[in-house]
Design a protein around this ligand. Structure first.
Ligand code: FUC
Length: 785
């Protein structure tokens, strides 16, 4: 902790003496993003958050804009998307599919098997949106700005801007308090009386600001999208507490003049969870002011560290390639072929950092942009896409030692299952619950407005597997008992909708699609999406049935139900290899619309699924390789991230590393155009910014170092030659076993395990050899290869 404390004490030493890194001395040195210029675009600004509140300062010298977020700033409202006509059309859609008339089935779906009231294009569906812009305008008499440095310390979850102007050193510190639930910006200067600035809060629509005393308040109501229905109401307030000088309110802004130092506190709340939001925001503000910045900062660092410091990773000698090179230039150098193992370690930890910062107990799970949005109409409404995206958002939770942060998803899935039961009944006349591709803060679970991508109905099942996964990592039977109805309900849905296809008698989902790829319908040479039993569906349903049956066994309940699920699972279509050696994406060997399609849905069984493994199904691993070779190593940001995980599961470290390099490719080209890869602030670019790729990439690095999905804890399963030495601690294997490993010259030097209970654990080494390791609860066991 010593080095963390030094930051404030060294605040006004000459810049050259300020340490480049302020991380704790715990193997996590160098976990800092820094830049030598203010951000010019939002994707260069630095994300801070405590799950509920977010802030992205741009570090502007004369004008600083800090984009503010609150997790429940959702327009729209709950509406009835049920379309009873869909159920009437279902038998005909199925008949056409069984007769191989897929395009006709799809046409019929466009006419009849869609949600009511417009789906994601409607105002009622809503959009996650910005809370407010906090603008600070500074009065500097001089133009001689020097020594500029803007940074984000991951272990401290704190950002900094420092520079000199007119011989005065200015320093700004920004955090979103984990303990006081407010945003705080502390401004200071090396000369007393040097701080002069104005402050305002605004947003592009639906916000009215007023200033009085030392506070500006912005409030309003978002569009509910439905006549007579109230939208989410919100309040955001910024208060300045200054030492020296004066704070005056005028109209809708505050002016601070001649202050020695000042802290801006921002408190905000919405009516999404209750009408007392204004008083909640008020009391948080009072608590924050009473606490003061110094105490808030140390409490915050400690609280954040309790989560973040659980994992450390050193790749190479642990030094940033060149500690003087800002992160945006390191990205460029890496893309140009320079190895920078520390950048990969930073990226892995950045995923954990973003996860801790964008979710917390009692709130919504991280959306397509986590917590951060700078517009009213966030891309794809900033919602939850269930055919890869929100699931990828949670891949770091268990392995990354942040298991409790998986729980907001659990709570969300429980709510979605209620609306999903309506959708199951209304659209399929089925038991249980389902969700399709779209979901939002209002529990949307119906098929979307466009069957080409919105008909997939395994979204809920994929989510349900996350509940099972949380159990597998925690072995928490109380949790399993609590989520059992949701898990069972997801399985019940498929028990009631599967139909028998004619060629093999397999049980298949119908209608469905393989997200979001199409194929050429033989007879028409027209792209069709709708089909029977896509491979992804078969894999998901198989894993779901097996999870539900195993859960029943663990809980010692419903034995007959469990065996009937296992029986039904045997009738699902097996994974099949096509004549070209690739895993088949559909029941038939259709010619696909896009051989490079970003989704690689039929490899779900390889990752995140577990039915295709090197140890159990080597022949399918070859088919996965062939599939990925044809798909190529490009794609949107999240697609590249997924492929890192695929190659890690295949056990090919160098190929996983190649995909990681592609993922970290600078997203903004010389001509200013945005492509897939990574923005200067290390946000993943679909483009636009989508956070799933950050979490997927971070998980991919973990998968390269440790896997535990096939019954053994496997060390360094996909170590690339670019990382001949390294060390990790704190990654978690199934069963809640905490693992560490040190390696040199590509060979394991030492492995470490700490198990939560006494037991014998099977471990596997990179050469495929296995050992049984006896562990005593809570005791570190060290062993070599
Ligand atoms: C999925 C993807 C798109 C995008 C969207 C938010 O549907 O196919 O590429 O990421 O989610």
């Amino acid at each position: 902790m010593g080095s963390r404390r030094t930051v404030r004490l060294l605040a006004f030493l000459p810049l050259a003496l300020v340490p480049a890194c302020n991380a704790a001395d715990d193997g996590n040195e160098g976990l800092e993003l820094f830049y030598d210029a203010p951000a010019e675009i939002w994707e260069e600004t630095l994300p801070l958050g405590n799950g509920r509140l977010g802030a992205m300062p741009d570090g502007g010298v004369r004008h600083e804009r800090i984009v503010l977020n609150e997790e429940s700033m959702w327009s729209g409202s709950e509406f009835d998307a049920g379309n009873p006509d869909a159920l009437k059309a279902l038998p005909e859609i199925r008949r056409l599919l069984l007769e191989g008339r897929n395009l006709e089935a799809q046409d019929l779906m466009y006419r009849r098997f869609v949600c009511a009231n417009g789906g994601s294009a409607s105002a009622a569906y809503g959009s996650y949106q910005i809370l407010a812009d906090l603008d600070l305008h500074f009065g500097f008499a001089t133009c001689d700005v020097g020594g500029y440095r803007r940074s984000l310390s991951l272990p401290d979850a704190e950002a900094f801007t420092v520079f000199t102007a007119g011989g005065v050193e200015y320093r700004r510190e920004y955090l979103v308090s984990m303990t006081r639930d407010v945003i705080a910006v502390h401004l200071s200067a090396s000369e007393p009386g040097s701080l002069d600035f104005s402050l305002s809060l605004s947003r592009p629509e639906r916000g009215t600001a007023a200033a009085s005393g030392g506070t500006v308040t912005l409030s309003g109501e978002l569009d509910s999208g439905q006549e007579g229905v109230e939208g989410v109401r919100y309040v955001a307030m910024a208060r300045v507490v200054a030492d020296g000088g004066a704070v005056t309110a005028g109209g809708d802004s505050l002016a601070v003049s001649g202050a020695d130092e000042a802290t801006i506190y921002v408190s905000a709340a919405t009516s999404y969870r209750g009408d007392d939001f204004a008083s909640r925001a008020d009391s948080l503000m009072r608590g924050a002011v009473e606490c003061g910045f110094g105490r808030m900062e140390s409490e915050h660092r400690e609280a954040f560290g309790r989560l973040f410091d659980r994992v450390s990773l050193t790749l190479g000698d642990g030094k940033a390639h060149d500690a003087a090179v800002p992160v945006d230039r390191r990205l460029e150098n890496f893309a140009a072929g320079q190895d920078d193992p520390a950048l990969a370690a930073l990226y892995m930890q950045y995923g954990r950092y973003l996860f801790i910062s964008s979710t917390a107990r009692g709130i919504l799970p991280p959306n397509l942009q986590g917590l951060w949005a700078n517009t009213i109409r966030t891309p794809w409404n900033g919602d939850y896409h269930l055919n890869i995206n929100v699931e990828m958002n949670h891949w770091v939770a268990e392995q990354g030692n942040l298991s409790e942060l998986h729980l907001p998803l659990t709570e969300y899935v429980k709510r979605l299952a209620v609306s999903g039961a309506e959708s199951a009944r209304t659209f399929y006349g089925a038991d249980g619950w389902c969700a399709h591709v779209l979901a939002n803060a209002w529990n949307f679970s119906a098929p979307s407005e466009d069957p080409s991508w919105g008909a997939t109905n395994t979204g809920g099942a994929w989510l349900a597997l996350h509940l099972w996964q949380h159990y597998l990592y925690t072995l928490d039977e109380d949790y399993l008992r609590d989520v059992w109805p949701v898990l069972r309900g997801a399985a019940d849905f498929f028990r009631s909708i599967l139909i028998e296809e004619p060629s093999h008698g397999w049980l298949v989902t119908s209608p469905t699609s393989s997200p979001e790829n199409g194929y050429y319908d033989e007879s028409d040479d027209i792209v069709t999406y709708v089909c029977l039993g896509s491979t992804m569906d078969n894999q998901i349903v198989r894993e779901l049935f097996s999870a539900a049956a195993d859960a029943a066994d663990v809980l010692g309940i419903e034995g007959e139900y469990a065996s009937s699920l296992r029986g039904t699972a045997l009738r699902l279509p097996p994974n099949r290899v096509g004549s070209d050696g690739r895993l088949m994406e559909w029941l038939e060997e259709y010619r696909e619309m896009d051989v490079h399609h970003r989704h690689v849905s039929h490899l779900f069984g390889l990752h995140p699924g577990t039915e295709i493994t090197r140890s159990r199904t080597p022949e399918l691993i070859d088919a996965c390789r062939a599939t990925l070779d044809m798909r190529g190593d490009g794609g949107t940001g999240w697609s590249r991230a997924w492929k890192v995980n695929f190659w890690a599961r295949i056990g090919d470290g160098d190929r996983a590393y190649k995909l990681l390099r592609n993922l970290l490719h600078p997203a903004i080209a010389g001509d200013g155009r945005h492509g897939g890869g990574t923005y200067p602030n290390l946000f993943c670019a679909h483009p636009p910014f989508q956070i799933d790729g950050n979490f997927g990439g971070s998980s991919g690095i973990m998968e390269m170092l440790l896997q535990s999905h096939d019954g053994a804890i496997e060390f360094l399963p996909a170590l690339p030659s670019a990382w001949p030495e390294g060390r990790f601690d704190g990654l978690v294997a199934q069963g809640g076993v905490v693992a560490g490993c040190t390696w040199k010259n590509g060979e394991i030097v030492e492995c470490r395990l700490v198990a939560p209970r006494d037991g014998v654990y099977k471990v596997r080494f990179p050469d495929g050899k296995e050992s049984d390791i006896s562990c005593r609860q809570g005791k570190t066991v060290k062993f070599g290869r």
